[in-house]
Design a protein around this ligand. Structure first.
Ligand code: TYM
Length: 340
């Protein structure tokens, strides 16, 4: 990691409380959170303000929020080292989002592919919040003067926008270097986990087929069945990474193995190249069960202890507020707002 001269290194990331977490969230985000917390100051947020950009069931929102906190803990995020909190509990996010809405340009947001995907054909009916979703994401990041953001590849465009907003704010108000330019951390084979049914689309909470994804709370039997049914092709595993070109399903399974084992695709192929799927899929299923079962057990234990989760989240909110409130005071001064 490169350290920016005037900004201490700080990591921030967020996950939406919009349904069950899957292997993509786990490998693309949660495992990175755990790896980073040993060396850096880390702030991890359950982004409920983002969740309500599309309709949420009121009776489920708080439960889904606790569920993401439980997943952070189950994956191994340590609340003594990292800060874990809920976005709506810390006022800096919404306040800075408004100020940055006045810095970001309509044209920048119109280019965001996630908005186009989520709004679909009928964008007139999408909420304004869905349109400005990436500005709130920039506010999350910049309210902590974050330098590094662990995310899956699907979030790279939003990160670029955060950088553009930070740079424009610094220029507009003539405060060079006030906000850092946050760097995305997307390295590694887990950054882009694809659907098990179609290796050309990403694994997603919203895919109607449950066979397309491995959920964090799936049983070993479900995990094994889903891997067995995953789409591949008639050829076996190639011996080199070049041999995966144009083979989306095969690349995905090799990538999942590599991410779970903590090695490269080339190392997986050195071990399994030349074998058929009938050999590889059971090995992958065994590895996935070995890695995910302990997480699922801890996940269910934390979910059954909402009082503990609430303690973690309340403590996290106080610590997050202590960092972001002084930064927001600086922002208010920079913008020129009245103060007594
Ligand atoms: P969310 O909840 O949709 O996704 C949470 C994280 O999971 C990653 N991810 C994946 N990684 C690899 N393969 C996949 N198939 C896959 N699907 C999801 C996402 O990239 C993300 O890292 N907009 C963010 C939430 C957010 C945020 C932030 C992130 C709000 N504010 C500030 C970083 C910093 C999102 O997509 O959440």
């Amino acid at each position: 990691m490169i350290r920016e001269p005037q900004h201490p290194l700080r990591v921030f990331s967020g996950v939406q409380p919009t349904g069950r977490l899957h292997l993509g969230n786990y490998l693309g985000a949660l495992t990175k959170f755990v790896a980073l917390q040993d060396q850096h100051e880390c702030v991890f947020c359950v982004v409920d303000l983002h969740a309500i950009t599309v309709r949420q069931e009121k009776s489920m929102l708080a439960a889904n929020t606790r569920e993401i906190a439980a997943a952070f803990l189950a994956a191994g995020v340590d609340p003594k080292r990292a800060i874990i909190f809920v976005q709506s509990a810390v006022p800096a996010h919404a306040e800075l989002a408004w100020i940055l809405n006045c810095t970001a340009k309509m044209g920048w947001l119109e280019r965001m592919t996630q908005f186009k995907d989520k709004a679909g054909k009928d964008k007139e009916r999408a909420s304004v919040g869905l349109f400005t979703y990436p500005v709130l994401q920039a506010a999350d990041i910049l309210a902590y003067k974050t330098t590094h953001v662990p995310i899956g590849e699907d979030q790279k465009q939003h990160l670029e926008l955060s950088r553009d907003i930070a740079e424009r704010f610094n220029r507009e108000y003539d405060v060079p270097g006030f906000f850092p330019s946050p760097e995305p951390l997307t390295q590694g084979p887990g950054a882009r986990i694809m659907s098990l049914k179609d290796g050309t689309i990403k694994m997603s909470k919203s895919d109607p087929s449950d066979l397309s994804r491995i959920n964090l709370d799936d049983s070993p039997e479900q995990i094994t069945k889903k891997i067995k049914k995953a789409t591949t092709d008639p050829d076996g595993l190639p011996s080199t990474v070049e041999g995966l070109a144009g083979r989306a399903g095969a690349s995905n399974l090799v990538g999942i193995y590599a991410a779970l084992a903590g090695c490269s695709n080339a190392e997986v192929l050195a071990q399994f190249g030349g074998q058929g799927w009938g050999m590889f899929k059971p090995a992958l299923a065994e590895l996935a069960v070995a890695k995910l079962s302990p997480v699922a057990t801890r996940f269910s234990r934390y979910q059954n202890d909402p009082a503990e989760l609430d303690r973690v989240l309340a403590d996290g909110a106080a610590r997050a507020h202590a960092i972001s409130a002084p930064i927001l005071r600086e922002v208010r001064d920079i913008v020129g707002f009245w103060k007594a």
